[in-house]
Design a protein around this ligand. Sequence first.
Ligand code: 13P
Ligand code: SF4
Length: 352
Amino acid sequence: APSDPDLVERARAAKARLGDRVFVLGHHYQRDEVIEFADVTGDSFKLARDAAARPEAEYIVFCGVHFMAESADILTSARQQVILPDLAAGCSMADMATAEQVAECWDVLADAGVADVTVPVSYMNSSADIKAFTGRHGGTICTSSNARRALEWAFDRGEKVLFLPDQHLGRNTAVREMGFSLEDCVVYNPHKPGGGVSAEQLRAAKMILWRGHCSVHGRFSLDSVEDVRARIPGVNVLVHPECKHEVVAAADVVGSTEYIIKALDEAPAGSAWAIGTELNLVRRLAKAHPDKQIVFLDKTVCFCSTMNRIDLPHLVWTLESLADGKVVNRIQVDAETEHFAKLALEQMLALP
Ligand code: 13P
Ligand code: SF4
């Protein structure tokens, strides 16, 4: 549905009142009505870098989810304030690894005698606590666009990697891009005593995968891939690496949201694409490329409900409050967590 013209006008006016004091970041999964007001759009890696590159902006309004706003707070100066237009915009995957669970896991690894040779690599989609754990133990953060480089960096420093919290990104990167086998991977389940794995399994594994996943990308199945190939002969199946391994293995191309956008920009007219990622982005791509056939990989709709919480009314309220001198929904990571999380985030930004 088209946006309410009154709200559009109010957003414009509030943004004009704020001028350079505000910088609005929009993740590719945001609604069209929000993307319209973003000063920059990107995948989670690009947005983290862009947030850090705006020292003049007093307010960074992050249209995305909580872990992204936390990361922006960590990477920006103390003077800058990071705002999340709806505090309920979390990420179910990030919630799958808590600080307590991860500390317990590290004890299990220590008991198995492998903690000393294990390097933690944590996906951006994790809380600041998990990033701080990663920094404390000499690890790095990664995103879907640099996971391979992060793993190579980690394997230069240790024999094993503890990959948090997305088992699929960890497995897909290790097996599809780095020549590891499925047998090199073991899954640590935080809901089972000892993670549900034996000390022997931990000692034999190269990749210790946390049992987390994205509920949006988890919906795509091998069936959806086979089905679309039968419906659209010659279709290119392009999926995000948060999809299950069998889906990624059956796809033609795999990449982050920024990569997906680039691949479609470069695709020849007349080509057909089935995209396995969040629906706001897929719909925008289909609209932007009328010369190509672009379909959603699954038959049922699949928005990220927490990304979708940021809507135009929340954005207007945020911008108008800031323009009136009232800071709302500030995301602020405490100093100690920030110190260690920053080590891990800066390690990611320094990856070759
Ligand atoms: P990227 O934007 O890094 O591809 O990540 C997708 C995602 O799920 C963010 O939550
Ligand atoms: Fe989290 Fe998945 Fe939504 Fe990304 S798409 S924010 S991983 S729930």
